[in-house]
Design a protein around this ligand. Structure first.
Ligand code: 4AD
Ligand code: MG
Length: 431
């Protein structure tokens, strides 16, 4: 590593005497005899002061926003500088001026399409840096949660031959002489693995040919999925609320500074602890009708309905018992009330809505075959999945959590694309 003696900006702000720092120009202000450069690295920002008459001053004059440099100087207290200290530069040890930076934060914010075009550069912004740190903590928390509770991490294939979540959102891919699809969910492969490992999870991309641009849909998203042998709906709901609470508490512990930088209110997050509210689909329909929404029993809930529901609660809702036709074929029907399924969605509060979908799976062979037929699908396409029910089948449950949606909610973002470094949707596949 070059400049081994250099310290991070975070460390520099806590040091005294002579230090070397390295990073990128975040801001620059030129006075007659002094140049103030705010330097940015992955740990923070700090003010550098260059004084006329030094070689360093003439280099500083040439620096652009986002020019890179390594500089050595003396730390001094300065209450007006970010972090309360600044570095009086004695030498510039290395630098790269580059071109004038094409993002002017004030102008750029007004045009988010432009920021998406230059996303490869916009990732350097304080906002995206904070979001990506929160995202990092969330992925870590999911792994920690499952691994500390006896789940095995597994991986399913991305190329598949039959729909998991319905044919409408399948991406077709040429595959030698055949046509295959990109997976919408690793669920079926996780189901196969429970017969070996009992409790399994994966964090993987899922793909959906979502035809519309919304605040919460991507065509490629990160999906944390788990599947548990012997678990019923109630066991599943406990996992849902424990996992979500664990993720939130981890972010509050490790990323409060980033949340503050994003202007995220902390109180709604501090409230996220089990148990969550449990609301049946039937009750939800009644609540919505009372709010004047035109909706009938049997209708699916969209983003607007979910938003209305969540605004009535101060914690996530576990919405359970959806009608058969609103959920994919693999959901087990309630033996007491066959018109509904033993399914559950978790809706994040503050209007965010669905972050988890899951439920009990059909474990009986003939029940599964007849439901596949009832849904107008061909059992031949699901042969291996049906096969799992032919040998030692057991009750089991599982769920999928949309990681990008969780990042969006926890970071308090307006749009899911800001939760992902390189978002993909119907109109965007660059950069
Ligand atoms: O509700 P979904 O479609 O359920 C499944 O795919 C199940 N097979 C999961 C399982 O039980 N293993 O998707 C699960 C979650 C949603 O709740 C949502 O958070 C997220 O995945 N999701 C999306 N996130 C971003 N963009 C999209 N287009 C998404 N579609 C689903
Ligand atoms: Mg869903």
């Amino acid at each position: 590593m070059a400049y081994k003696h250099a310290v991070t900006i975070e460390e520099a702000l806590r040091s005294s005497g002579t230090v070397t720092v390295k990073g990128w120009v975040f801001r620059k202000r030129e006075l007659k005899d002094k140049i103030f450069v705010v330097l940015r690295d992955s740990t923070g920002i700090m003010q550098l002061v260059f004084s006329r008459g030094t070689d360093a001053f003439y280099i500083a004059q040439r620096l652009n926003i986002e020019s890179s440099l390594v500089a050595t100087g003396v730390i001094k207290d300065e209450p007006r500088a970010p972090g309360g200290r600044e570095l009086h530069v004695q030498s510039v040890d290395w630098y790269y001026v580059g071109h004038p930076y094409p993002i002017n934060e004030d102008a750029a914010q007004a045009d988010s399409e432009y920021l998406l075009d230059v996303r490869h550069l916009w990732l350097r912004s304080r906002k995206m840096q904070a979001v990506m740190k929160i995202r990092h903590t969330i992925f870590g928390a999911i792994h920690e949660y499952f691994r500390s509770r006896g789940y095995y991490e597994v991986q399913g294939p991305m190329f598949i031959t039959a729909a998991v979540e319905g044919g409408a959102t399948l991406f077709k891919v040429p595959y030698f002489d055949e046509q295959v699809y990109l997976t919408q969910s690793s669920q079926f492969y996780l189901e196969a693995l429970i017969f070996s490992l009992e409790k399994v999870y994966t964090i993987a991309p899922s793909f959906r040919a979502e035809p519309s641009r919304t605040r919460r849909h991507l065509t490629e998203f990160w999906h944390a999925e788990a599947e548990m042998a012997w678990y019923h709906l109630d066991d599943l709901m406990r996992v849902n609320e424990e996992l979500v609470s664990y993720i939130v508490s981890k972010v509050l512990d490790e990323r409060s500074e980033e949340l503050r930088l994003l202007g995220r209110k902390l109180e709604p997050l501090e409230n996220i602890k089990p148990p969550f509210y449990r609301v049946s689909y039937d009750e939800a329909i009644e609540m919505l009708k009372r709010k004047g929404v035109k909706i009938e029993w049997g209708d699916d809930l969209g983003a607007d309905e979910e938003r209305l529901l969540t605004l009535q609660f101060d914690k996530p809702i576990q919405l359970y018992g959806f009608p058969e036709k609103t959920k994919a074929f693999y959901h087990r029907n309630d033996p007491q009330r066959p018109e509904i399924t033993l399914s559950v969605d978790v809706l994040a509060p503050e209007g965010y809505g669905e972050i988890i979908g899951g439920g009990e799976r059909i474990y009986d062979e003939s029940e599964l075959v007849s439901k596949i037929e009832r849904f107008g699908l061909n059992p031949k396409d699901y042969q291996w999945y049906i096969d799992l029910r032919r040998y030692g089948s057991v009750p089991h449950s599982g769920f999928g959590l949309g990681v990008d949606r969780v990042v969006m909610w926890i970071a308090g973002l307006d749009h899911i694309r800001d939760a992902v470094p390189f978002p993909r949707d119907i109109r965007r596949i660059y950069p």
